[in-house]
Design a protein around this ligand. Structure first.
Ligand code: ACO
Length: 379
């Protein structure tokens, strides 16, 4: 019998088609429904990108008005979602809070088991609208602060920052947040999206798919890397009084030592892009803006020190999480909240994939090559 070919980690395997996004590693480009992601980040708001991912086209003015109003009216968390969050210890990771909250939001939904396209879209919009309140509520309870109610005169990003920090963010900060959400929204068959599609392929409901995807996103080889990047910065030491040059020198020394110890450095490398992640330049520009806004050159120093040392030693380039972590740090989010922010963005991509999988479903069930003991018997 011929040995089956094993594709460890499914590397290089094309599992299905998708019309939602196209990752092109050769040209380092990423298209959402045909549009380059950096063009979207420069021109539209995240709500419109969500609509684009779900519907395939950007909304008309009338559609945008109706959608914005639906989104703004679904921003409040149900009492039992808040109660469920309150039951969780502060010692648990915010990703566990997010996973639990999405599960409760799903259990509450009157159309939880309705998988018609209309019901799926309705659930996707409502989850997209409500999830920021989960992050904001959890961030505030961890700081011993009362929750802040959503404001329907603010767009998604401005309201997200309002609910988290209890004050209106500066327009540049809102813009950088909006850009980060767009860049994190969708990325083809990454581990968490594939998880959502596997769950959907069993005909399970949308919230189960998103809950499972959150589990896949938590790991540091995937979404957890934005948090891990900040832990690296913290380990090197963030010294606000330091010049960029001094920070760069310390970061380079740290990286050389870490690579000598054969450590994996979070925020670098990518399974698909081998010559640089297409989203990094746009996120780096947002980071530069935040560094200037908050007057924190030492963050740039750390960033450049690690990047340069990694490039010189191994030629490995940063991925989206590398500039993403420091952007959220400067905005004032606790480090453990960074991956829940990734969820807020990726809910759009995940739910678009749930709908696409549902529309042309086939159970996802690969084979395994058995390498355990030969058949044996109890006596
Ligand atoms: N630090 C140090 N070395 C690295 C890194 C890194 N971040 N990434 C890759 N390498 C090295 C590996 O050690 C390996 O070297 P070797 O051949 O000498 O053993 C080689 O590059 C290939 O690495 P693999 O891990 O086999 O590449 P793979 O395609 O499987 O992994 C991955 C991609 C998981 C993203 C990897 O680069 C990694 O672990 N990076 C750190 C985690 C991270 O930042 N994840 C975020 C991904 S992007 C996102 O989710 C938005």
């Amino acid at each position: 019998m011929t040995e089956p070919q094993i594709y460890k980690g499914l590397a290089g395997v094309t599992a299905d088609t998708t019309a939602i996004s196209k990752v092109n590693p050769e040209s380092n480009s990423l298209l959402y429904r045909g549009y380059p992601v950096q063009e979207l980040a420069a021109a539209v708001n995240f709500e419109d990108v969500a609509w684009l991912l779900w519907h395939g086209e950007l909304p008309t003015e009338a559609e945008a008005r109706e959608f914005h109003s639906a989104e703004r009216s679904a921003r409040t968390l149900a009492d039992n979602v808040r109660a469920a969050i309150d039951l969780l210890p502060l010692s648990c990771h915010p990703m566990d809070v997010s996973r639990t909250a999405v599960s409760v939001i799903g259990a509450n939904h009157p159309k939880a088991e309705d998988s018609s396209p209309e019901a799926e879209l309705e659930k996707a919009v409502e989850l997209f609208a409500a999830f920021p309140a989960v992050v904001a509520y959890d961030q505030r309870r961890r700081r011993g602060l009362e929750p802040v109610e959503p404001r329907d005169d603010l767009d998604y990003s401005a309201n997200f920052l309002w609910m988290t920090f209890g004050e209106e963010a500066a327009p540049e900060v809102v813009e950088a947040f909006n850009i980060s959400m767009i860049l994190y929204a969708e990325h083809s068959f990454n581990a968490s999206t594939f998880t959502a599609r596997v769950i959907t392929s069993t005909l399970a409901d949308l919230h189960s798919a998103v809950t499972g995807a959150i589990g896949a996103l938590k790991g540091p080889l995937h979404g957890g890397a934005n948090e891990a990047v900040m832990h690296t910065f913290e380990e090197i030491g963030i010294r606000e009084e330091e010049s960029a040059e001094e920070a760069t020198a310390r970061a380079k020394a740290w990286m050389d030592e870490a690579l000598a110890q054969k450590k994996k450095i979070m925020g670098f490398g990518h399974r698909v892009y081998k010559n640089g992640d297409s989203r990094v330049p746009t996120m780096k520009a947002a980071l530069d803006g935040m560094i200037e806004h908050y007057g924190r050159p030492e963050i740039l120093g750390l960033y450049e020190g690690l990047e340069t040392a990694m490039q010189e030693a191994k030629g490995i380039k940063p991925n989206l999480d590398y500039p993403g972590g420091p952007v959220y740090h400067l905005m004032g989010f606790d480090t453990e909240m960074f991956t829940p922010l990734f969820i807020a963005a990726r809910i759009t991509g995940w739910t678009a994939h749930v709908m696409e999988q549902r529309a042309a479903n086939s159970l996802i069930r690969p084979l395994a090559a058995y390498n355990g003991p030969e058949e044996r018997h109890l006596s």
